[in-house]
Structures are given as structure tokens and as C-alpha cells.
Design a binder for this molecule. Structure first.
Ligand code: TYD
Ligand code: MG
Length: 463
């Protein structure tokens, strides 16, 4: 019998090690390693997927290969199609990541219900029962307060609850769908691997086999992946290089808005954002996000500012115990200290006897310096009792001498801000070399220093 041996895989970054360590030397995560036994390859090996389907590779002349430049399966859900780059590319693998409960299954069932009018779709669920999914489908098809009817479900939609990838591949070969939805990649497993479902090896191997299938047969694959904070379940990040397109569905589970964001796309632009609202009838496209977003905030409330798609709040209050407190929620502590120091020394705000609290709304966090200006503005706004302009985004890094420094990807940020409906952007002077200001409806205000930026960002007292 062939020998088996163990390896230790960090469940955060996926790096493999020969021995177990308390802390991953690659990504720094603690206690993230899980032992996996590598069994000798079973007969047939990994190529068996395509062989099992009777497909073998053969070189072809490129000119003889069929296919247009932009051959896509159209989608009438405009926001979703736009984030994908204009529809689903046959043979592509799309990963849709997001926190549990954020609405990934809802979104994809909606998309499947719609697309199955034209093409055959196989929805594979390892998370819910067939009945639950049927009930959800009926709920999604509800119209004008009336329950959805079974007749409204298109014939082209097939459903199976299965987690064994070998069996799933057989189903795909049988049903011959144009699109497969795998809900979720963390529940599928290959019995020949010795590690449990959800581990890095299983998740990766499942995804690679589905990719092989997609590339060889032309079926498009949507993989749902849960974002996990820690523990023995591998997150979707480890799949980003395996798939063609990575979308993240984000938002606060307890609020209704959702952002669908593309972070990688072989067939379209990245940094596209689609905005949805979660209703009783599933996700609804929001075509004018500015109204939706601004309606939900207290417009012009002191101490609230927006760095592209993240809202930051700041509060200052007089210190009661001598030592002023600095409390960052969702921003880096040291950056907050630096920002407070610059506000004190360069802008002349008296923060020495003030407690400072900063909060990123919705439990999100920012770890990039581009948020400095927004953080500074919320603090200044709260201390002076002046509101930050509600229709403005603030983007910029604050330097030690009070200057506003340029940040990466400014054009992309401005496009996103425009898409979200902001009217003004307060940003550092100049762009990085090679970048040009994008053409959109946003009015760009360039500021040299933090002090100048604050003058533009804070609304003056009412006369
Ligand atoms: P779900 O799609 O199951 O999340 P995920 O697959 O990302 O884990 O969505 C779960 C939440 O969505 C759940 O809290 C209920 C809510 N929801 C609605 O508000 N309206 C709906 O029509 C549906 C189907 C779900
Ligand atoms: Mg789900």
C-alpha cells in the first residue's frame, strides 16, 4: 500500500506546512492550522473528471475554434449583469462571496428563476432542503401581495441537494445545464480527500474540479462561498486565483441595503458595484442609490462623513478622568492617534481634553490610509458642531505635517462614488502618474492640506 503522510494547512491563507505551528508564518494567523492526511491518489487520478465525461484534450487551430468576442448569456437583472461585465460568459467560473445570511442564496435563486426561462440551470444545494428552496422560490415569485404559483417556476430549473462532488458531476453530465449554481462551495466534498468538508483542501479541490469541467464543457459555474472570520472553514479568498470572476455581496445584515462588488473579473471591469435592497420578495435593484442612501442617514448630522461606500462617524466628548480616551471602531488605533495629533498640532483643534470615538457604520472596518480624511472630518465636525456636507465623499491620507497625500486608485474611487450618487469629492491634489480624472458628474475639490479639506467639507454655521 502506498504511504500516506500529513500536512498542516493554514485555514486563513491556505499555505501548507510540514509541521504544525501556533502561528502561521505566512499570514500571521494564530491557531489556524489543521492537519490533513494526504491519501495516495486513487486510480484514475485527478484527470478523471473530464475523462469520466468522455472529454479528452486535443490541440485545435485557434482559427477553427468557435466563439465570438462577447458571447454571453443575457440577464434581465441589469445590476447583476453589469457587475458581471454584461452577462454570464459560458465556461466561466464566478465566485460569489459574502457573510452568512447576507443574501447570496436569495440572489442566485432569483437569477436562476429568471435565466431558466431561456437556458437549463442546475441549482445544487448543500445547505437547505428541496422544500425550503421551493418555498423560497415561491416567495420570490410573489406579486402584488399574492403568493407565487408553481406554474410560474420555469421548466428549465433543476434542483438537487447533494454535497458529494463526484455525484454532483454525474448530475451535471446527466442534466446538461448551461449554468450550475453550487450553494455552497464549503459544503461540497470529495470523498477521496481525507480532510473534512469546508477545509482548505476540499474547498480548493472542489473549485478546481468544477473549473476543469467548466473549461472543458462550456458550462458556466456560480460558486457561493461564505466569508468566515476564523475556525476550520476555509474562506472564499483562497479561491480568488482559481476562478474567473469574484463578486462580494456586502452590507449590514440588519439593514436592507446590499452592495454587489466585483473584485476580480477576467471578462469585465473590476470595481463595478451594484446596489440592491433586501425586501420580502428578495433582492430588488436600486437604480438611484443616492436617494436610498442619503434618505437613511440623518442628512447633515454633525460627525458623519463618507469615504467611498463606508460611512464613518466620530464623536468627541470632554474627558472625565484626566487621560483622554481614543476609541476606534473599525479603524486602526495608530492611525487614529496620528490623525488626532495632526488635528491638534496642524489644524489647531483642542482635542487634548476630549475623548474621541470613531465608528465605521455597519460593523465594517477600513484599514487603509485613504480613510484618514473622513475620520479627521468627523472628529472636527463633532468638536465644532458643524455638519459634514452630506453629498460629499472624502478621500485622502493625512500626513504628519498636515498635508493631504495622494492615495491609490483615485479614478476608480471617484467612479464608484459617482455611481453611488455623490455630487462632490474632496480629495488630495494631483493624481498618481498615469492616472486621469474620470469623466463623470462628480465635482472634484482638490485640497493641499487637511485644514483646506476641512474648510470645504464642513458646512459653516447657519447665519
Ligand atoms: P440567504 O440568501 O439565505 O443568505 P446567504 O445565502 O447569504 O446565507 O438570505 C438570508 C436572509 O435574507 C434571511 O435573513 C432572510 C432574508 N430574506 C428576505 O429578507 N427576503 C426574502 O425574500 C428572502 C428569500 C430572504
Ligand atoms: Mg445560503
Amino acid at each position: 500500500m502506498a504511504k500516506t503522510h500529513s500536512q498542516y494547512v493554514c485555514q486563513q491563507c491556505g499555505r501548507k506546512f510540514a509541521r504544525e505551528m501556533g502561528r502561521c508564518p505566512q499570514c500571521g494567523a494564530w491557531n489556524s492550522m489543521v492537519e490533513e492526511v494526504i491519501a495516495p491518489a486513487s486510480k484514475g487520478g485527478r484527470a478523471s473528471v473530464s475523462r469520466g465525461l468522455g472529454i479528452r484534450s486535443a490541440p485545435q487551430r485557434l482559427v477553427e475554434i468557435s466563439g465570438d468576442i462577447d458571447e454571453r448569456i443575457p440577464l434581465s437583472m441589469g445590476e447583476f449583469a453589469r457587475v458581471l461585465g454584461g452577462g454570464v460568459v459560458p465556461g466561466s467560473v464566478v465566485l460569489i462571496g459574502g457573510d452568512p445570511g447576507i443574501g447570496k442564496s436569495t440572489l442566485l435563486l432569483q437569477v436562476a428563476l429568471e435565466m431558466a426561462r431561456q437556458i437549463t440551470i442546475l441549482y445544487v444545494s448543500g445547505e437547505e432542503s428541496e422544500r425550503q428552496i421551493k418555498m423560497r422560490a415561491l416567495r420570490l415569485l410573489r406579486q402584488d401581495g399574492q403568493e407565487g404559483h408553481t406554474e410560474a417556476i420555469p421548466e428549465g430549473l433543476f434542483l438537487v441537494t447533494e454535497t458529494n462532488l463526484g455525484v454532483i458531476l454525474e448530475h451535471i453530465a446527466e442534466v446538461h445545464p448551461s449554468l450550475v449554481v453550487i450553494d455552497s462551495v464549503q459544503t461540497t466534498y470529495l470523498p477521496e480527500l481525507d480532510s473534512s468538508a469546508g477545509s482548505v483542501s476540499q474547498v480548493r479541490e472542489s473549485a478546481s474540479r468544477l473549473r476543469e469541467l467548466a473549461k472543458s464543457s462550456g458550462v458556466a459555474v456560480f460558486l457561493i462561498g461564505h466569508v468566515t472570520k476564523e475556525g476550520a472553514i476555509a474562506g472564499p479568498r483562497i479561491l480568488e486565483h482559481i476562478v474567473d470572476t469574484v463578486l462580494y455581496l456586502e452590507g449590514d445584515r440588519f439593514q436592507s441595503y446590499r452592495l454587489l462588488r466585483s473584485v476580480k473579473n477576467r471578462f469585465g471591469a473590476t470595481s463595478e458595484v451594484g446596489v440592491f435592497e433586501m425586501r420580502e420578495r428578495g433582492l430588488l435593484e436600486v437604480t438611484n442609490p443616492s436617494e436610498a442612501f442619503l434618505a437613511e442617514r440623518m442628512v447633515n448630522a454633525p460627525g458623519s462623513a463618507i469615504v467611498v461606500t463606508m460611512e464613518i462617524q466620530g464623536l468627541t466628548s470632554p474627558t472625565s478622568f484626566g487621560n483622554p480616551r481614543r476609541t476606534p471602531n473599525g479603524v486602526d488605533f495608530n492611525r487614529l492617534l496620528l490623525t488626532v495629533a495632526v488635528l491638534t498640532r496642524r489644524v489647531g483643534l483642542h482635542l487634548g481634553e476630549q475623548d474621541v470615538f470613531v465608528n465605521v457604520v455597519g460593523g465594517l472596518s477600513v484599514d487603509e490610509p485613504a480613510a484618514d480624511l473622513a475620520v479627521a472630518a468627523t472628529i472636527a465636525s463633532s468638536l465644532r458642531g458643524l455638519p459634514v456636507r452630506a453629498e460629499a465623499v472624502l478621500i485622502g491620507e493625512v500626513g504628519l505635517s498636515g498635508e493631504l497625500r495622494l492615495v491609490a486608485q483615485m479614478p476608480a474611487r471617484l467612479c464608484e462614488a459617482a455611481k453611488l450618487g455623490f455630487k462632490t469629492a474632496i480629495v488630495p491634489r494631483r493624481l498618481r502618474r498615469g492616472e486621469v480624472w474620470p469623466e463623470n458628474d462628480i465635482q472634484v475639490i482638490e485640497a493641499r492640506s487637511l485644514r483646506q479639506a476641512l474648510d470645504h467639507a464642513l458646512l459653516a454655521e447657519k447665519e
